[in-house]
Design a protein around this ligand. Structure first.
Ligand SMILES: [Zn+2]
Ligand SMILES: [Zn+2]
Length: 281
C-alpha cells in the first residue's frame, strides 16, 4: 500500500461513493500517511451545468470544507489530511474561477479539462458518440482539448495537471491523427510553468483503455523534459484509494524518475519512489 494519495473524491460531488470519514478510516486502516481530498470545485454561479452531478454543488461547498477540516483535526496524529481541489477549466469563466480559488487556502490545486463546449468528454460512451460531431469528430475534439489545456496552463491557476490525455477514455474519441507534436508542446509549457504532472491510475479501471493517464509516449517525453510527477488514484469510492500505485511506480522507474512530489500549502515536498510503496506484510 502507498504512503499517500492526493486525488480522492467523496459523495459530495454527486458521482462518487462513500463519505469523507469512511475514506479517512480506510486510509488509516491501510496505513497511509497522507490523504489529500481533491473534490470537484463548484462551477461558477452563472454557469449552467451541462451534466448534473459532476461537481460539488455551490451550496454544499462550505459544508464540505468544514467536514474535511473537522476530519483533519479529529484524526490528527493518525493521518495527515490535506485539502486539495480539482478545478474544471472553463474558458468563458477564467476570472470567476481564479477569483473563487483564491478565497480558500488549498494545499494543492489540480487543473482539469473535462468539458469542451459544454460536452463532457469523459462522461459516457453513448453520450459522447451522439455529440462528438459537434466537436469536429475525434480529431477536432483532441485539437480543441490541447488548445484548452494550453489556456489553462497559461492561466496559472493550478499546481498539478490531472489526467493529461483524458479524451482517450472513450472509444469514440480515439484520434486518427498523431498527437505527438501537440503533446510535446503542452509538455514544454508544463515544464516552463513548473507544473507537476499526475500519473492518474484511475485510467486503468475506467473507459475503454487499461492504462493510466498519461500514456507511455507522454511519460517518455515528460521524462526527457525533466517534468516532476505525482501519483493520484482519482478514487471515487473509499476502497479505491491508492489503487494500482505499484503500476505507476513501475512506470516512473522505467522512464528514469526517482521521486514524486506532493504538496502542502501549495509548496512541494519530495518523496523517493522507493518509499512510496510500503512492503506488504
Ligand atoms: Zn478529473
Ligand atoms: Zn478527479
Amino acid at each position: 500500500m502507498p504512503l499517500f494519495d492526493l486525488h480522492v473524491h467523496t459523495s459530495y460531488c454527486g458521482h462518487a461513493a462513500g463519505s469523507a470519514e469512511e475514506t479517512v478510516q480506510q486510509a488509516i486502516q491501510k496505513k497511509f500517511r497522507v490523504l489529500g481530498f481533491s473534490e470537484h470545485f463548484p462551477y461558477p454561479e452563472k454557469y449552467v451545468e451541462p451534466i448534473p452531478g459532476c461537481v460539488v454543488p455551490g451550496n454544499r461547498w462550505t459544508e464540505y470544507m468544514n467536514e474535511i477540516r473537522r476530519l483533519q483535526s479529529s484524526y490528527a496524529g493518525q493521518l495527515d489530511i490535506r485539502i486539495g481541489v480539482e478545478i474544471d477549466y472553463l474558458p468563458a469563466h477564467e476570472k470567476e474561477i481564479t477569483e473563487a480559488v483564491k478565497s480558500y487556502e488549498f494545499d494543492y490545486i489540480y487543473g482539469s479539462v473535462h468539458l469542451i463546449n459544454d460536452i463532457g468528454i469523459d462522461y459516457q460512451e453513448g453520450y459522447l458518440k451522439e455529440r462528438i460531431h459537434q466537436l469536429g469528430g475525434p480529431d477536432g475534439l483532441w485539437e480543441t482539448y490541447w488548445v484548452m489545456m494550453e489556456k489553462m496552463i497559461r492561466l496559472n491557476m493550478c499546481d498539478i495537471i490531472a489526467h493529461l490525455d483524458l479524451p482517450k477514455k472513450l472509444k469514440c474519441a480515439q484520434p486518427s491523427k498523431d498527437q505527438t507534436d501537440a503533446i510535446r508542446s503542452i509538455l514544454e509549457l508544463i515544464k516552463q510553468n513548473d507544473l507537476v504532472l499526475e500519473i492518474n491510475t484511475g485510467g486503468i479501471d475506467r473507459g475503454c483503455l487499461r492504462e493510466p493517464y498519461p500514456s507511455r509516449l507522454i511519460l517518455q517525453h515528460a521524462a526527457e523534459l525533466g517534468i516532476e510527477m505525482t501519483l493520484g488514484s482519482d478514487a471515487h469510492a473509499p476502497g479505491q484509494i491508492g489503487r494500482h500505485f505499484d503500476v505507476a511506480v513501475g512506470l516512473l522507474k522505467i522512464y528514469g524518475w526517482h521521486k514524486v512530489v506532493i504538496f502542502k500549502n501549495r509548496k512541494k515536498e519530495y518523496i523517493s519512489l522507493n518509499e512510496v510503496l510500503m512492503p506488504s506484510m
